[in-house]
Design a protein around this ligand. Sequence first.
Ligand code: SF4
Length: 203
Amino acid sequence: MDMIAYPIGDSLYLNITNRCPNRCSFCIRQFGDAIEGYNLWLEKEPTTKEIIEAIGDPSGYREVVFCGYGEPLMRLQVVIDVARYLKRNYPNVPVRINTNGLGNLIYGEDITPQFKGLVDVVSISLNAENAEKYQELCNSDYGEDAYYSVLEFARKCKNYVPRVILTVVDVPGIDVEKCRRIAEELGVDFRVRHYEDEDGEKN
Ligand code: SF4
């Protein structure tokens, strides 16, 4: 059976798609099938109803996180619908999206206004200090444009989401300090993730 909702620590993670326009060299999709023992390959993408059923009552969790092996915003409408359900029924449980930040490229428009009032935290993978390195690492279908779109996405999210975080994975060759400065300049939080971390986040 597909693993749609899985707890790690005191957070509940949602796995809603395995699709992604990037192929990052460090992505767990490239070399594993399990995070913390959970096999997250989906036989079929779950419907909104199936996701809500899999969540059950999330009141005991610190947060609900759209994550997965793949890019949750490939299914923007489903994310919005589930987030709306959560806010309506469990307003005290924060909602986070872990994303590659390519949503505006995927949809060809600014999707960030849709997060207003529904999403509390957006964690965006910056991954590198410039577009060239980003593309080397992430092999995006969008080429180097992807990087600039990630920066723009972070900037736009700030208008609608209380907390925006840029993250990098500390793989060799990445200038973490430069990435930190980029986050500072954008006025968002910054987090370094460790290559070997298995905290439920695929990047
Ligand atoms: S790490 Fe994230 S952005 Fe990169 S390929 Fe995996 S799911 Fe996509």
